[in-house]
Write a protein that binds this ligand. Structure first.
Ligand code: SF4
Length: 355
């Protein structure tokens, strides 16, 4: 480990990783991403921003894990760390690649060489939040979608154009869009182009980083439904990152709630929606609009700002904003506790009710 990686944390790096015989595509364990924010006279880092601070979870093949939390909670950094856009500080992210014969090969994405990682580039894709800036303005749609198809030889050269047109059709784009440029499209259509570009290389795991937050609500629904349809057809797995719990609820099989670099609650979507235990998750859910004119929603207002991940509070990181905070919360970080099968919570209240 390099000097920069030689950092410590007392947070829940040992949160449980479930492996109950399910067909897992990804197992993340104790993943950390620290960025140096101050250096000594000799250039040695003296302080770190703990963007991801010991995150553990598993993802089943063909399923969607929704990662939700406020801006600055580390969810985007988590996705980018898994895809090695940053060098990992500590921990593992084991990707179980399955070939067409059902043979499985394991890769720790956190530690494999750049060369090995490059070989997996078609299997692991990222859909960005901003469809405006993530498309090259001087390339036509056909070239944008076809570029990686050619580089990775997904189909023979002579069949690329027909293959790209087929992918475009599956993503709701018209054949005459093939020769058009990104600036000629609306936000929703540009996101369809981004999805088609990711889908064209036949990925197995797609990290969707706020893919609909820049779009109007009606267009959001179209894009979410498209992602769900493609998942049914192609069997891809998604990590769906969003600050919008109502969107995450709709698309996810499981939800992980992040706060200041840690997962504070995780479980299957129905269980988390109906039986949220962590005060932070409860506050997030209370702010989701209810589609029922007879039910009055009572949003829980969180006091104060999200503390800085460069200087997180001692004990439970949420204690500065939690109305149930006790002396223990100020001193001792809670550990992940299983409160129901597959439902984990990092809160002393949950720990105590389990005892
Ligand atoms: Fe609140 Fe304490 Fe639970 Fe943290 S551990 S969420 S401060 S009750």
């Amino acid at each position: 480990m390099s000097e920069e990686k030689n950092v410590t944390s007392n947070e829940n790096a040992d949160a449980p990783v479930r492996d109950d015989g399910r067909d897992l595509i990804l197992e993340v364990n104790g993943l950390k991403q620290y960025f140096p924010v101050a250096k000594s006279f000799f250039g040695k880092p003296t302080a770190y921003l703990r963007a991801v601070d010991g995150v553990s979870f598993t993802l089943e093949r063909g399923k969607t894990l929704g990662v939700v939390g406020e801006s600055g909670c580390g969810k985007t950094t988590l996705g980018r760390t898994i895809l090695r856009l940053y060098d990992v500080t500590e921990g593992s992210a084991v990707y179980h690649s399955k070939d067409s014969d059902g043979n499985i090969k394991d890769y720790d994405l956190a530690s494999i060489s750049r060369g090995e990682f490059y070989k997996l580039r078609t299997e692991l894709q990222l859909i960005f939040q901003d469809p405006y800036s993530s498309l090259p303005p001087r390339m036509t749609v056909g070239d944008i979608i076809g570029e990686a198809v050619k580089i990775h030889k997904i189909v023979p050269q002579a069949e690329v154009a027909a293959y790209v047109r087929g992918v475009m059709e599956r993503c709701g784009l018209q054949p005459h869009h093939y020769d058009r440029y990104p600036h000629e499209f609306s936000g929703g259509q540009r996101q369809r182009i981004c999805i088609a570009r990711a889908l064209a290389v036949k990925p197995k795991l797609v990290i969707c980083d706020e893919p609909v937050s820049a779009l109007d609500v009606s267009i959001q629904a179209q894009i979410i439904n498209l992602l769900k349809k493609l998942q049914r057809e192609e069997g891809m797995s998604y990590i769906f990152i969003s600050h919008d719990l109502s969107v995450v609820k709709y698309i996810s099989d499981e939800i992980a709630v992040m706060y200041l670099g840690n997962i504070v609650e995780m479980g299957n979507t129905k269980e988390i929606c109906q039986n949220a235990k962590h005060p932070y998750t409860q506050a997030l859910f209370s702010a989701v609009p209810v589609a029922n004119p007879h039910r009055k929603s009572e949003p829980v207002v969180l006091e104060g700002e999200l503390p800085s991940p460069a200087n997180p509070p001692k004990g439970c990181k949420f204690h500065t904003r939690c109305k149930y905070c006790t002396d223990r919360c100020r001193e001792e970080a809670p550990i992940m506790t299983e409160v129901a099968p597959g439902h984990f919570v990092a809160c002393h209240l949950a720990e105590e009710s389990e005892q």
